[in-house]
Design a protein around this ligand. Structure first.
Ligand SMILES: [Zn+2]
Length: 280
């Protein structure tokens, strides 16, 4: 995919926050030797390790309370560039100066974990990356939500896939892909076969390689905005790239996930002063 999209090239301050959709990041960093070299990421992730306040998607530890559960989660309540958002057509600005994004995915071996909040796949190698204006962001992990977290004109989808990427400084770029009921998704079949029903201590290796390229929608028009992790600590300065066209999974596949996680969706957050941009 070659697309360009407007990126108000704010030179983002050095202080980059940790991994997207959060606690999952911890899981990727611990057992992975190749990520030990990404010192900054690891230091920061480690720094956040003590704040393991329990959070969930319901009641006292649900999204409305995340900000109160731990001081390091304050952005969940106080941040003003939070994710997910409702992408309302009337608020989308089209431009021909989009940031240039190039997806470089190859068939790769993954292992999966049930983090207690989602099913997450961690790559065995660093062979998947995206280039944003020529800058490389490596795939750290991908995971799922149901129903979708982002909304299009207040419409949710059955599920949403988040592909979390990190550059050498720990800056994050997340690809979001909506999932609707339709044909069985062959690219994810091997992962779905092994999905652990309860929280796992150890990663489960998937024998077959997964080609993420085949997971992406054929029309790669996307929305771009600046947001945050959608799980505590809700850190901001995340570059969100949300595809407009959904992909499909069978009803059976969607239900298999929902049996493990009936709802792991953070509600949409205020857009505030942010711009959502799309290629004209
Ligand atoms: Zn997520």
């Amino acid at each position: 995919m070659k697309k360009s999209f407007l990126y108000p090239l704010l030179i983002l301050s050095l202080s980059f926050l940790l991994g997207a959709c959060s606690e999952q990041q911890k899981d990727t960093t611990k057992p992975k030797k190749e990520e030990v070299t990404e010192t900054k990421q690891n230091e920061e992730t480690k720094g956040n390790e003590p704040s393991t306040a329990q959070w969930s998607y319901e009641e006292e530890t649900g999204p409305e309370h995340w900000g109160e559960l731990d001081s390091s989660y304050s952005a969940c309540t106080r941040g003003n560039e939070q994710s997910p958002i409702n992408i309302e057509s009337s608020k989308v600005k089209t431009t021909d100066k989009l940031e240039n994004i190039e997806v470089q995915y190859k068939p790769t071996h993954f292992s999966i974990v049930n983090t207690g909040h989602t099913i997450q796949a961690n790559p065995k190698t660093e062979s998947n990356s995206i280039l944003v204006e020529g800058k490389e962001y490596k795939l750290a992990q991908f995971h799922f939500h149901t129903p979708s977290e982002h909304e299009f004109n207040s419409q949710t989808f059955d599920m949403e896939l988040h592909l979390v990427h990190q550059d050498a400084n720990g800056k994050l770029a997340v690809l979001g892909v909506m999932i609707q009921e339709g044909k069985a998704n062959e690219a994810l079949a091997a992962i779905w076969d092994k999905m652990p029903k309860s929280e796992t201590e150890k990663e489960i290796a998937i024998k077959e390689s997964v080609d993420l390229q085949t997971l992406l929608p054929s029309n790669q028009t996307f929305f771009n905005y600046k947001g945050s992790l959608t799980t505590p600590p809700c850190s901001e300065e995340v570059d969100w790239i949300v595809f407009e066209q959904p992909i499909e999974m069978s009803k059976k596949q969607i239900q298999a996930f929902q049996q493990i996680f009936p709802n792991n969706q953070r509600p949409v957050q205020p857009l505030n002063e942010r711009e959502i941009i799309k290629e004209s």
